[in-house]
Design a protein around this ligand. Structure first.
Ligand code: ACO
Length: 474
C-alpha cells in the first residue's frame, strides 16, 4: 500500500461536565487573596465530575456523539487508542469499556489500548494512531483517539488548577488537520514534579514550583529541537512568525503566557529576525544568563512577557477559551486549546500552521505542528466547529457554589476505589440527552452506566451499558 498523504485529524468532538465552579467564588471561599486564581493563575471557571460522571462515562459520551454526528459507521474503526492518567482500574483499560459501542455492531477487530504518562498520554495515543495509518499494517479503516481525564487535587494551592473533559479525534488520510510529521521535537526526562504513587487516592503528589520549571525547560528543549528539524528540512530559519497559532498544554493560563514568552526569548537567543529592535534592547541584559538562572529571573519573566504580549494576543489568545473556562483537562487540555482555535477561527484557518506543545509530568513532552486545510464535508473545519458547539456547551453549564464543589470532592474521596454503592439519580436532570452516567458499582467492583434518554439521533441504542454483558443483551 502506498504511504498515505496528509494523515491527521478528520473530525473531533469534545465533552466536559455541565457542573462547574467559578474561580472568583472559589478564591473567596478558600480565603486566597483576591485575584490569585483569576489574575494570578489566569483562570475563569473549573469543571468537575459529580458522582454521576467519570473518565469512562465521559469517553462513552464523546465517542458515541462523534460517531453519530459525523455519521461514522462503527465497523469502520480499526484502531482505538485512549490517553488518560485517571486510574479507575489498574488492569482493565478504558478502551475495553468503549468496545461495547463497537461490539453492538459486530466489530471487535480494533487494535489499541490505553497510554498513560500524566497529561502526555493523549499525545502518545494520537501518535500511535497516526503512525498506524501511515504504516504498512494499516487496513484502510479509521483510527480513533480519546483523551479523557478528571483532574482533581487535595485542598490547597493546587486545587484551583483542576478540571475535567473528554475529547475524541477521528484519524485518517487527507485530513483537514494534517500532521507535519517531520518537525517533531521531543524532550523526556526522569523527575518527580507531579506523580500519583498513592494508589488509594485519586490525588497526585505535586511539587508545584518544580513542575513549573520542568514545564518551561521542556518548552525550551522541544522548541529548539522543533526549530532545528524544521530548519534541516526546509533550509530556512524558523521563528514564531512562521506559525499562525500556538496551542499549549494548559494547566492554568499564566503558565501558557510564560511559555510563549520563553519561545520569544528563544528566538532572541537564536537571533531570529522576528525580534524587533526595542524588544531586542529590552532582552539584551538577559542574554548572558545561564539556563538555570534564566528560569529563576523574575525580571526576565516579566520583560519577555511584556515584549511578547502583542504576538501572544494574536497567536495564543484564541487557544485559551476552553482551558480558562474548564480548567486543566490533563490529556485533553492541549486538544481543548486546539478546539478553542477551531471554534474561534475556523473560517480563516485554511493554509495555516498551528504549533502544539504537549507536556506530561514525570516527564514527557513533544512539540509538533499541524497544517490546516478547509476540508470536505463532513470533515471540514467549519463543520467540525459547528458539531463541537463550544458556545452552546459553555452556556448550558450549571454553576455550583464552592461549598457544593467541596462537598462533591469529599464524596468522591470516599467513593474512590470503593464498591457496593449506587449513585443518586436526582442530579441527572442537568445532564444533556445522550450523556452517559454511572449508576452503580457492585460487590465485584463492576461498574454500570446508563445513557440519558432523549437523543433521537442515537444510533447506539443501548440504555444500560454493563461490565461483562453486551448492551443489546447478548
Ligand atoms: N492577585 C494577582 N496575582 C496574584 C495574587 C493576587 N491576589 N496572589 C498571587 N498572585 C500570583 C502570583 O504572583 C503568581 O504569579 P506569578 O507566577 O506570575 O508570580 C500566581 O498568582 C500564583 O501564585 P503562587 O503563590 O505562585 O501560587 P501557589 O504556589 O500557591 O500555587 C501552583 C500555584 C504551584 C501552580 C499550584 O496551583 C499547583 O501546584 N498546581 C498544580 C501543578 C501544576 O499545574 N503544574 C503545572 C505543570 S504540571 C501539570 O500540568 C499538572
Amino acid at each position: 500500500m502506498d504511504s498515505q498523504k496528509d494523515v491527521g485529524i478528520l473530525a473531533m468532538d469534545i465533552y466536559f461536565p455541565p457542573t462547574c465552579v467559578q474561580q472568583e467564588a472559589l478564591e473567596d471561599h478558600d480565603g486566597a487573596s483576591k485575584g490569585k486564581y483569576t489574575i494570578g493563575l489566569g483562570q475563569d471557571c473549573m469543571a468537575f465530575c459529580t458522582e454521576l460522571e467519570d473518565v469512562i462515562s465521559m469517553s462513552l459520551t464523546v465517542v458515541t456523539s462523534l460517531l453519530e454526528k459525523y455519521g461514522i459507521d462503527p465497523t469502520q474503526i480499526g484502531r482505538l487508542e485512549v490517553g488518560s492518567e485517571t486510574v479507575i482500574d489498574k488492569s482493565k483499560s478504558i478502551k475495553t469499556w468503549l468496545m461495547q459501542i463497537f461490539e453492538e455492531f459486530g466489530n471487535t477487530d480494533i487494535e489499541g489500548v490505553d497510554s498513560t504518562n500524566a497529561c502526555y498520554g493523549g499525545t502518545a495515543a494520537l501518535f500511535n494512531c497516526v503512525n498506524w495509518v501511515e504504516s504498512s499494517s494499516w487496513d484502510g479503516r479509521y483510527g480513533l483517539v480519546v483523551c479523557t481525564d478528571s483532574a482533581v487535587y487535595a485542598e490547597g494551592p493546587a486545587r484551583p488548577t483542576g478540571g475535567a473533559a473528554a475529547i475524541a479525534m477521528l484519524i485518517g488520510p487527507n485530513a483537514p488537520i494534517a500532521f507535519e510529521s517531520k518537525y517533531r521535537g521531543t524532550h523526556m526526562s526522569h523527575v518527580y514534579d507531579f506523580y500519583k504513587p498513592n494508589l488509594a487516592s485519586e490525588y497526585p503528589v505535586v511539587d508545584g514550583k518544580l513542575s513549573q520549571t520542568c514545564y518551561l525547560m521542556a518548552v525550551d528543549s522541544c522548541y529548539r529541537r522543533f526549530c532545528s528539524k524544521f530548519e534541516k528540512f526546509e533550509r530556512k530559519p524558523f521563528s514564531i512568525l512562521d506559525a499562525d497559532y500556538f496551542a499549549f498544554h494548559s494547566p492554568y493560563n499564566k503558565l501558557v503566557q510564560k511559555s510563549f514568552a520563553r519561545l520569544y526569548f528563544n528566538d532572541f537567543l537564536r537571533d531570529a529576525s522576528s525580534i524587533e529592535e526595542d524588544a531586542r534592547e529590552k532582552l539584551e541584559p538577559f542574554s548572558s544568563l545561564s539556563g538555570d538562572e534564566s528560569y529563576q529571573s523574575r525580571d526576565l519573566e516579566k520583560t519577555s512577557q511584556q515584549v511578547a504580549k502583542c504576538l501572544y494576543d494574536v497567536k495564543v489568545q484564541p487557544s485559551t477559551l476552553l482551558p480558562k473556562q474548564v480548567g486543566n483537562m490533563y490529556t485533553a487540555s492541549l486538544y481543548a486549546a486546539f478546539v478553542s482555535i477551531l471554534h474561534r477561527k475556523h473560517s480563516t484557518l485554511g493554509g495555516q500552521r498551528v504549533v502544539m506543545f504537549s507536556y506530561g509530568s514525570g516527564l514527557s513532552s513533544t512539540m509538533f505542528s499541524f497544517k490546516l486545510r478547509d476540508g470536505q464535508h463532513p470533515f471540514s473545519l467549519s463543520n467540525i466547529a459547528s458539531i463541537m458547539n463550544v458556545s452552546g456547551k459553555l452556556e448550558s453549564r450549571h454553576i455550583f457554589p464552592p461549598e457544593k464543589f467541596v462537598e462533591t470532592m469529599k464524596l468522591m474521596e470516599h467513593r474512590y476505589g470503593s464498591k457496593d454503592f449506587v449513585t443518586s439519580n436526582t442530579d441527572t436532570s442537568i445532564l444533556s440527552p445522550g450523556t452517559f452516567y454511572l449508576t452503580e458499582v457492585d460487590s465485584m467492583y463492576r461498574r454500570y452506566y446508563a445513557k440519558k434518554a432523549g437523543d433521537t439521533t442515537a444510533s447506539v441504542g443501548a440504555v444500560s451499558y454493563q461490565n461483562g454483558s453486551l448492551p443489546n443483551g447478548h
